[in-house]
Design a protein around this ligand. Structure first.
Ligand code: ADP
Length: 524
């Protein structure tokens, strides 16, 4: 119950991830659209307003150029003839302008057509602020202005209007004779701006809904695998032995890669857990025998042995032997654990194979004087080097030669040979002992595996030597194998990639740099 509550809380967090991402996308689109719309709106508005101002100014300047020819104060009597050419002609005593004459440039008075523009309301005031002319449009109230010209924008019922004031000055005297007031309703401008705003809001809303939907689909597609990974992680967290894994997402992207790595990590973790369990089981099993033997002897001593020098001697010897065996076992277990971390410890170690072979064979011959240990390096160029820590190559040779000696029969001979073929170094340790059956050959590299438990124990074997050897060899990218015939003998073959001169130089350099770094750290 508690767990499901916890889980649903975690799941809410995940869904909030979708909400967060979608909101961010929607907000970004909304802001971008608003900014874009504002820019377009103000740009179109500005351009259109320039046109409207031009229309108003044109009207004002046409009126002004007709009215400033009047020398006296503006009155109906002088303004009307000045503004309508037909009236002017009639007043001069001529017949009204005919349609043919009107077409000619002299009488083509576009002032008239401007005056009939329904957007424009024109009023001419005299100095007494009386309306002396208007084009029938709205009568705008008189307003005193300081300068000769003034243009203002007024907002009425969400509609803009442009009002222009102009003082009329007589051309020859420069005296103010009247005032012109032109109001521009800007129907086109107001309509355009209204439509533009309406469409922009519509398009923005559609875009926000559409992109939010698209964003939701995309984000959900991304979050789904993340959710699945989280579910698997939680399940494994609850039960480390769980075999649940992330299923294939059928996609070729980073998320699929992550899922594969995640599964590999879980498999590896599982393997470690299994190994750990197995190891603890094996170790306790292995330690049980020597502890039981020591306990048995101590009990015997306690009961009768103290007074019997023979039993005393025998029990102490046996206990000491078991203690030694335990010590040996613990050392081997430590070696096994260390063998798993080699790459981290000695990443740049380089070893000259011939030197190590000579040294180990020499040492082993000294210790086992009853054995003939031969060394054959005819096929190995003397300078051949491999990427391995010297101490580990020595350890490997000791394990194999020691086994050859341990499991020998009458023929007390060991042959160690080395050679180079196709960029690989082969090291072979051959004995003529009891041999290993084909069935057993695949098992001898397993931890604590012994072909004949009782006999091996007699010989001091714990079944860890080959297991350590295999871990070491594979850690250095090598291979180890066995060829054996029961009753005739065995040969163990190790194979390592040989280093080219350039590779070895590079590794030597790195090793030196590493060493210098370490020394520096220590002195600090
Ligand atoms: P141990 O310490 O018992 O020798 P190893 O892991 O080295 O453990 O070997 C595992 C088993 O493989 C040994 O118990 C032995 O039965 C068998 N074995 C190993 N090397 C040889 C060999 N050279 N000849 C015959 N049997 C061998």
């Amino acid at each position: 119950m508690k767990r499901s509550k916890k889980r649903s809380q975690k799941e809410t967090k995940h869904s909030s991830l979708i909400i967060r991402w979608v909101s961010i996308v929607a907000l970004t689109i909304m802001v971008s659209f608003i900014v874009f719309s504002v820019i377009i709106y103000s740009f179109v508005g500005q351009q259109s307003m320039v046109q409207q101002k031009e229309t108003s100014n044109e009207m004002v300047s046409k009126l002004n150029s007709s009215l400033n020819r009047i020398p006296n104060q503006l009155e109906i009597a002088n303004v009307v003839p000045a503004l309508t050419p037909s009236t002017r002609e009639v007043l001069k005593g001529n017949p009204p302008i005919g349609s043919d004459e009107r077409k000619s440039s002299a009488f083509n008075d576009d002032l008239l057509s401007s005056l009939t523009n329904p957007d424009l309301s024109v009023v001419v005031y005299n100095l007494r602020q009386e309306d002396v002319f208007d084009n029938g449009g709205k009568i705008l109230p008189f307003k005193k202005i300081k300068s000769d010209y003034e243009m203002t924008r007024v907002n009425k019922n969400h509609k803009q209007e442009l009002i222009t004031y102009q003082k009329v000055r007589a051309a020859h005297s420069g005296k103010v004779t009247g005032y012109i007031v032109v109001a521009n309703k800007m129907t086109y401008y107001n309509g355009l701006m209204k439509d533009l705003l309406k469409w922009m809001v519509r398009i923005s809303l559609i875009a926000i809904v559409f992109f939010t939907l698209v964003a939701y689909i995309i984000v959900r597609d991304i979050v789904k695998p993340v959710k699945e990974m989280s579910r698997v992680a939680m399940e494994v967290n609850d039960d480390p032995n769980s075999t649940v894994r992330i299923r294939d997402f059928h996609r070729h992207d980073e998320l699929q890669e992550l899922a594969v790595s995640f599964n590999q990590m879980l498999d590896r973790m599982q393997r470690y857990i299994d190994q750990q369990k197995e190891f603890v089981g094996d170790v306790s099993h292995e330690l049980r025998t020597p502890v039981a033997v020591i306990e048995g002897h101590l009990n015997m001593l306690k009961r009768w042995g103290k007074d019997d020098p023979e039993i005393l001697e025998e029990s102490i010897d046996a206990s000491l032997q078991e203690a030694k065996r335990m010590q040996h076992l613990i050392q081997e277990m430590l070696d096994l654990t260390r063998a798993e971390q080699i790459n981290v410890q000695y990443p740049n170690a380089v070893t000259k194979v011939s030197d190590v072979l000579k040294r180990v064979v020499g040492d082993m011959s000294l210790v086992h004087k009853d054995f003939v240990i031969r060394l054959d390096m005819d096929d190995l160029p003397i300078a051949t080097e491999v990427q391995i820590y010297q101490g580990h190559l020595e350890q490997l040779l000791v394990i194999l030669i020691d086994n050859g000696i341990k499991y020998s029969t009458d023929r007390k001979e060991i042959n160690v040979s080395a050679g180079l073929s196709q960029d690989d170094v082969h090291i072979i340790v051959q004995d003529f002992g009891e041999g290993i059956s084909e069935k057993e050959q695949s098992k001898i590299f397993n931890r604590f595996y012994r072909v004949d438990k009782a006999r091996t124990r007699e010989k001091g074997g714990n079944g860890l030597g080959l297991s350590i050897a295999q871990k070491l060899v594979t850690s250095y990218h090598g291979k180890i194998s066995v060829e054996s015939v029961e009753g005739q003998g065995s040969q163990f073959i190790m194979q390592f990639p040989a280093l080219s001169k350039a590779q070895s130089k590079k590794l030597h350099k790195r090793e030196q740099a590493e060493k210098a770094k370490k020394d520096k750290k220590e002195t600090n």
